[in-house]
Design a protein around this ligand. Structure first.
Ligand SMILES: [Zn+2]
Length: 272
């Protein structure tokens, strides 16, 4: 990637377009100055043989970046082998759907610890990730917002080193929430990026996938998304750190104001 792109998760909300869909949504987002969309495959893979051509056309016409958020029903550390296998099928279906529209990254949360130790969960998840087919689309393991969910930065970076088809998705708001408000100033964000660079190399920062947005949390972690300006998430220092490390890739805004807050991020970044 040669720069940092900014986009939204799912469809825009302020376009005024009736029956907006991925294709018209992409055209609209481009018209207001955004660069990327994360398709939401969280309940089902909603790119099908019926709509794939118009989505792909909109993507190519607008030189748009597409990723997808995989199913919420993934637990590669489920107690039952059958449930682990179903999770693998959901990941593969997501990859297949995203490939139809030339997307780049499938983002998902790998699983839950349940009653396992961190090490047991890590090993089971690693074994399952190693079985996934190696494709041009990367599996992006997302840092999670709750202590019950597998996926600290350290766990996921370690998996990315061991499983070559996997890359990291840094959800800064999740890290902030999981740490009960731990990301306060520039150094807190810089430490994360330095760690990724040290462990995964400069190339990881040249094509990074990032989530951020306002977030509400308590000592148990994330509760819900908030507008950026109604939250204590320090997006300005986060963007400053991304600029300082010359990070390239894609920033996806998650939150109720959708494209409005994505533009706030992009416009703030431009002024730094
Ligand atoms: Zn997510």
């Amino acid at each position: 990637m040669n720069k940092l792109l900014f986009g939204i998760s799912g469809l825009p909300i302020g376009s005024g377009i009736k029956n907006i869909n991925y294709a018209t949504g992409i055209n609209y987002l481009k018209s207001i100055g955004l660069d990327a969309m994360e398709l939401l495959f969280v309940r089902n893979v909603n790119v099908t043989d019926k709509n794939k051509d118009i989505i792909l056309k909109a993507k190519l016409d607008n030189d748009f970046y597409l990723s997808a958020h995989g199913s919420h029903y993934i637990n590669l550390n489920a107690n039952e082998i059958e449930k682990q296998e179903q999770s693998m099928v959901r990941i593969i279906r997501g990859i297949e759907g995203l490939a139809k529209v030339k997307g780049r990254s499938l983002i998902f949360h790998p699983g839950y610890y349940l009653k396992d130790s961190e090490e047991e969960a890590y090993n089971t998840i690693k074994e399952n990730l190693l079985k996934l087919p190696y494709k041009e689309i990367s599996y992006r393991l997302e840092t999670t917002g709750k202590g019950t969910q597998f996926g600290t930065l350290e766990e996921l970076v370690s998996l990315c080193k061991e499983v070559k088809s996997c890359e990291i998705c840094i959800d800064f708001s999740h890290i902030h929430a999981r740490g009960n408000g731990c990301l306060k100033d520039f150094d807190d964000f810089a430490k994360i990026l330095q760690f990724v660079e040290d462990e995964l190399g400069k190339s990881a920062l040249d094509d990074l996938h990032i989530h951020m947005g306002g977030i509400n949390y308590n000592e148990k972690g994330e509760k819900n998304h908030l507008p950026l300006l109604e939250s204590d998430f320090n997006y300005v220092e986060c963007l400053n750190a991304l600029k300082y490390f010359n990070v390239k890739g894609c920033v996806i805004l998650e939150g109720p104001l959708v494209e409005k807050d994505a533009l706030l991020l992009k416009n703030t970044y431009k002024t730094l």
